[in-house]
Design a protein around this ligand. Sequence first.
Ligand SMILES: Cc1cc2nc3c(=O)[nH]c(=O)nc-3n(C[C@H](O)[C@H](O)[C@H](O)COP(=O)(O)O)c2cc1C
Length: 345
Amino acid sequence: MAGVSTPALAAAVSNAGGLGSIGVGATDAADARTMIDELRSRTDAAFNVNLFVHQPPVYDAGRENAWIDWLAPLFAEFNAEPPKALKPLFKSFLEDADKLAVLLEMAPPVVSFHFGLPPAETLSALRERNILMFATATSLAEAQMIEAAGLDAIVAQGIEAGGHRGVFDPDAPDDALGTMALTRLLSREIRIPVIAAGGIMEGAGIAAALDLGAVAAQLGTAFVNCPESAANDAYRSALMGPGAYRTRLTRYVSGRPARLLGNRYFELAEDRRPPDFPFALDAGRALNLAATTAGETGFGAHWAGEGAPLLRAMPAAALVETLRNELNDCRRGAQSGPSRDSCGH
Ligand SMILES: Cc1cc2nc3c(=O)[nH]c(=O)nc-3n(C[C@H](O)[C@H](O)[C@H](O)COP(=O)(O)O)c2cc1C
């Protein structure tokens, strides 16, 4: 969870028996190194480092200027000026040789890719360092590409998921498969292990994912309100408010479809093509800064999945322990016949 996960959060998850992850998709090579160093200092267990592998953005002055002009009245509402021009706030892993060098040097146990796959020579170099590699798929076609590229596991990300959809091409039609159908489809059609992601908040959801053929579940939203996360107070209180029941997908915050808590973005007509990811994010951040300075938190990038109302705010180690106990309850419940345990059996 780029911007939300921290080395402390990932270490707490790994130390409790999960596979903790840090997202370095939006950080440069030097900050990635610092985060991996800190994570290593906090755990001897395995962990994952996640990367953004989006197609490098195309700068289109006409589109960028039209976007800035369209947002201008919102900036005016907060007595602020929109940015004069938009910058891509970070590089794709596809063009970040420095970040690759850091990963090859530091050899984290696992790396995972979001939005696409690096070229074969990058995969071979990482493989030579004994790094396990996972990638997100939102469809069978993406999963087949991941399997053909020789990766070790697939994260099957359903439409319920919080944060950015891992779609390889944000301009292609999206079949928007839910986590249940996608997990089952990939478990049947793909030979490498499948990790289910999207809307999973409790042991019951993990049990369901395992029943569908997944080897594991990946949870994001469930951990956003842990004290170890980097989420700010506005994000934490929005998570516990009515917006949790109204998550929606939009491209307006970053340029790529992402699910966030119901907020002011969803009052805007969804008929515009924003600048490419991450140019649009530059505008989104500036708007959020202007709004929060004026006391309006409704333009925050408050990513969350459809399971947000099920969130339990507690330290990460306690959450992993709770999930483990619930999963065990579900398994016992399934074996011993109908009862009303935390799994609903
Ligand atoms: C706050 C937040 C940030 C996220 N950032 C990333 C990211 O940097 N890389 C990534 O692969 N997935 C990211 N995701 C998506 C998760 O990997 C995962 O697919 C999703 O959280 C699963 O759905 P859930 O949020 O309902 O558990 C993010 C999700 C959230 C909630």
